[in-house]
Design a protein around this ligand. Structure first.
Ligand code: NAP
Length: 260
């Protein structure tokens, strides 16, 4: 299927690895020019070069912390007229409710709620004036079904979801489509870290933690970041003009529900 976005410009945040990288690759496959971001320059440039070599699109990199105002400004200066914004950042650390005080909450809200809201706020005027835009926020399945040890994520991402629900309906008439993409467990470094934490808590090996987690999924295995990226690219395509303010769950069927 032609996604109809060849030659468009996208900012893909937190995209040297994992889900962000999957989104960047699939947007590049559709012919989109990219501004990629992560904190560490080495892996970011590796991903950028792989994409240039494989798909022949223009790729620039901005190695900054996207959760800081300075970092966001640098990314926006590098791509002042983005047609597409994929919001992403690292997830907060696991723990229990009693671990989290003011500092931990501020960091989670900054990373997983305020950063995507402020980036969307910065790109929306240009998208509205050009009558075309796509914003996809990588949130989490924890928005629909809480993961107890990821309470910081459950709460901060729910705030972002509320912002998108209202704003998507305000900007839709101007050709701007905003939606959220909710990952369940995908095979990335992040899931590796969470499995490490599970292995420690349950006093089992890392392999055993991975086996148990995958066995609990209807698919019997973790998701592939490239499949995730393909869904993201579709959600940035011409074909989603009528998909407004939705929460698209990619979790291998883990959320047990007949509907919704
Ligand atoms: P990952 O494999 O650890 O990759 C994270 C990427 O984000 C890396 O490129 C990392 O590069 C970059 N990054 C992290 N913090 C950043 C920051 N402050 N500024 C700029 N770049 C930053 O993680 P992932 O699995 O792709 O997860 C992506 C998001 O989805 C996370 O928020 C995670 O909580 C959420 N999620 C993931 C899963 C899953 O199963 N994988 C499930 C639910 C939700 P640098 O370290 O160099 O900055």
């Amino acid at each position: 299927m032609d996604l109809g976005i060849k030659g468009r410009k996208a900012i893909v945040c937190a995209s040297s690895k994992g889900l962000g990288r999957g989104c960047a690759i699939k947007l590049a496959e559709a012919g989109v020019d990219l501004t990629l971001n992560a904190r560490s320059a080495g892996p970011l440039e590796e991903t950028a070069q792989y994409i240039r070599d494989t798909f022949g699109v223009n790729v620039q990199t901005v190695a900054v912390d996207i959760t800081t105002e300075e970092g966001r400004n640098k990314v926006l200066e590098a791509c002042p007229d983005a047609d597409i914004l994929v919001n992403n950042a690292g997830g907060p650390p696991p723990g229990v409710w009693s671990d989290w005080g003011q500092d931990e909450w501020q960091a989670a809200i900054q990373s997983n709620m305020l950063t995507p809201i402020l980036l969307a706020t910065a790109v929306l005027p240009g998208m509205i004036s050009r009558k075309w835009g796509r914003i996809v926020n990588i949130t989490s399945g924890s928005v629909k079904s809480p993961i107890a040890q990821l309470g910081l994520s459950n709460a901060a991402r729910a705030g972002l979801t509320g912002f998108v629900a209202g704003t998507a309906r305000q900007v839709a008439k101007d050709g701007v489509v905003m939606n959220n993409l909710l990952p369940g467990q995908h095979d990335t470094d992040r899931i590796g870290a969470l499995m490490g934490n599970r292995a420690k808590t349950e006093n089992i090996t890392l392999d055993e933690a991975r086996t148990r987690a995958q066995a609990a999924l209807p698919t019997g295995k973790f998701g592939d970041p490239l499949d995730f990226g393909a869904t993201c690219a579709f959600m940035c395509s011409e074909h989603v003009r009528f998909m407004i303010g939705q929460n698209v769950l990619l979790d291998g069927g883990a959320f047990n529900s007949t509907m919704g």
